[in-house]
Design a binder for this molecule. Structure first.
Ligand SMILES: O=C(O)C1=C[C@@H](OP(=O)(O)O)[C@@H](O)[C@H](O)C1
Ligand SMILES: C=C(OP(=O)(O)O)C(=O)O
Length: 409
């Protein structure tokens, strides 16, 4: 589905949008609920990734295909490794078969797991024979993906002695590790995280309880971008959010103050308002704690005619696509001057945006969503726009609701 986006009326926006639950929190809680059936989940994400996770946890088939869902692939690897007596063939999309998993598989094998590569060494698909793991200490590199660590943490309390994990290297995407530990704590599982050592204590059962998922902050980033590009006075109310978030992407509130966007916290919502013009200084930011909002921020800067220097982006190369290359290529088509390394992205100050450019999305939901706000400045085409459902089912409906006109090509 290729679409053309433009804004016909004025660019002053006043809307209310409800966003589905965080996919990161949801996919952790789905695993935890399987291990601890005492848990009930509210405001679960309706994303494709959470649907894949739910299906994988309920099917009895040998073949489990999780599509493009990184969290599902990584979290399920540990889950099935300890699911005694069960055998699975765990696979995903073509891209997933090129997203590395060896660091996690090696850690699980060190703990005694029975996992083999069905095709390419170090990558899915995996053949997993579930068994009881008896060791309780493991070392793992923390510099490639925090999902490997969260994966171990989620099953840790079900091992007889719990688990001690020693992290080596510089730890990346730390807020996601903290999110996992906070959710464990919330349901009653004890842990500690000191220097580079995480300990999770064993737990057989937890109290009967309901856990409410906060809405997805990464999804909120596209509205931050829209308000940054909209006329002064524009505002959007987004539900359901809270000030004390488990999601690292809530740093958006701080980052978007550079674009004159204020965030006001209500009872279970936030209001974003364009109160000032964008600060013309270069936006300089290390995003190692919030990699998923890099694309949104780069596009906002370009659209607002300011330069940006983003660093801490080494994990972007192994996400749904190589996001550094994808950003470089698509922003360049729009007239931007972009330079990338393996962990940085610089966009120069621009005075013109080419219109009617077709943005390629490379099976990456965030490519489609990050470029959509540009419609407030120029007509723009988005190729394969349906990719958004990986994390945000009703994204295009919500775009129409705030006044973006969509034509199917
Ligand atoms: O644990 C999680 O829910 C996630 C961790 C991050 O991945 P990395 O740790 O691989 O950077 C993030 O990019 C991904 O969208 C979700
Ligand atoms: C990187 C992402 O997801 P995952 O790694 O879980 O596929 C994302 O949602 O931006």
């Amino acid at each position: 589905m290729d679409i053309l986006l433009n804004v016909l009326a004025d660019k002053r926006i006043e809307e209310e949008i409800t966003i589905s639950g965080s996919k990161s929190e949801s996919n952790r809680l789905l695993i935890l609920q399987k291990l601890f059936p005492e848990i009930t989940i509210e405001n679960l994400s309706d994303s494709d990734d959470s649907v894949h996770m739910h299906h994988a946890l309920t099917t009895e088939d040998l073949l489990v295909d999780i599509g493009h869902a990184g969290t599902a692939m990584r979290f399920l690897t540990s889950y099935f490794a300890v699911n005694k007596g069960r055998e699975v063939f765990l696979t995903g999309s073509e891209r997933m078969q090129n997203r590395p998993i060896e660091i996690l598989v090696n850690a699980l094998k060190d703990l005694g797991a029975d996992i083999t590569y069905a095709e390419k060494q170090g990558y899915p698909p995996l053949k997993i024979k579930g068994k009881k793991l008896t060791k309780d200490k493991v070392q793992i590199n923390g510099n490639v993906s925090s999902q490997y660590i969260s994966s171990l943490l989620l099953i840790a309390s079900k091992l007889d002695n719990g688990l001690e994990i020693e992290l080596t290297g510089k730890i990346t995407s730390v807020p996601y590790i903290k999110m996992t530990l906070s959710l464990l704590s919330q349901i009653g599982i004890e842990s500690s995280f000191q220097k580079n050592v995480i300990k999770v204590f064993p737990k057989e059962t937890v109290k009967t309880q309901t856990v409410v998922v906060e809405s997805d902050w990464s999804s909120a980033s596209y509205f931050y971008s829209i308000i940054a590009l909209a006329d002064l006075g524009s505002e959007i109310k987004l539900s359901a959010y809270k000030q004390e978030s488990l999601q690292g992407d809530s740093c958006l509130a701080d980052i978007y103050s550079h674009f004159g966007v204020t965030t006001t916290f209500g009872n279970d919502f936030i209001t974003l308002k364009k109160e000032k013009n964008t600060n013309q200084e270069t936006l300089v930011r290390n995003l190692k704690d919030a990699p998923d909002i890099a694309q949104t921020i780069a596009v906002t800067c370009f659209a607002e005619g300011i330069a940006c220097h983003l660093s801490g982006l080494h994990t972007l190369k192994i996400k749904e696509t190589d996001r550094l290359v994808a950003l470089h290529d698509e922003l360049t088509k729009l007239g931007a001057k972009v330079s990338i390394t393996d962990e940085t992205l610089e966009v120069s100050k621009a005075s013109n945006i080419n219109s009617n450019i077709a943005i390629d999305t490379y099976n990456d939901h965030r490519m489609a969503m990050a470029f959509a706000p540009l419609a407030l400045k120029v007509s723009i085409k988005i190729n394969d726009a349906e990719v958004v459902t990986k994390s945000y089912q009703k994204f295009w409906n919500d775009m129409e609701q705030i006044g973006i006109n969509i034509t199917h090509l």
